[in-house]
Design a protein around this ligand. Sequence first.
Ligand SMILES: [Zn+2]
Length: 247
Amino acid sequence: MGTTPERELARRLNSLPGAVPVLFSPGLLHPAQRLGGYLEAGERHLPELLGTEAPGLRAMLLSRGDWSAAPRENARPYPFGLPYFTRSVEPPTLVFPERLAQALAPEAPLTLPLTVWHEQAHAFFLRDETPKTPLWLGELVPQTASAAVARREGLPLGEHLASIEPARFTVREFGLPASAEDQMSFQNLLLGLGATMLGEFGEGFLGRLVGLLRREPEPVDGRRAERLLAEALGEGGREWLEAREEF
Ligand SMILES: [Zn+2]
């Protein structure tokens, strides 16, 4: 915690020990306990799912008033409501807002835990150097990982997916910049695709995919990304992907 606002923030926050310690704004003990529980489930499942050791993380749960002092890479605070992962402090920190932005559809049944596991999976995935990939592949990994944790925890993932409106584009068509709604729609498309792949091919492909990506010496372009995903899926993976309308 280098700068003065960050040091002041650290003094204000309470802390909850756990697999991932949670620092939280005054008054947020119960939500912090809930967050800590989800993070603990992530620590339990993600190492095996991603074939990666846990990176040694910390989390913060911040009120709107504390948000602007949160650690981050940029000088300007990020919009309130959108969680993120930052390596600007040691240990690397997952930063969560007291309330998720409306664009994230916080009312859908599993939005909060899935969002937690998504950010946590990014942190696992970024533990070692990874090549640049197309956006869809970089986000498919954490979305599939969060779907896998939800499955293992016995949460109603199908119900959650059914509550989501279908996207107006495919995984590979989507590009930035895009509206918050379209970005969320893109993430949900990846969540659905990831969940379907887990059902069809089992959990093992996710670790294989991460392993393949780590061995890539160069930035991964679109064609290469498709090939790596098909290889990770294994037998019949390429044909299966080509037949998927949402892909
Ligand atoms: Zn992400």
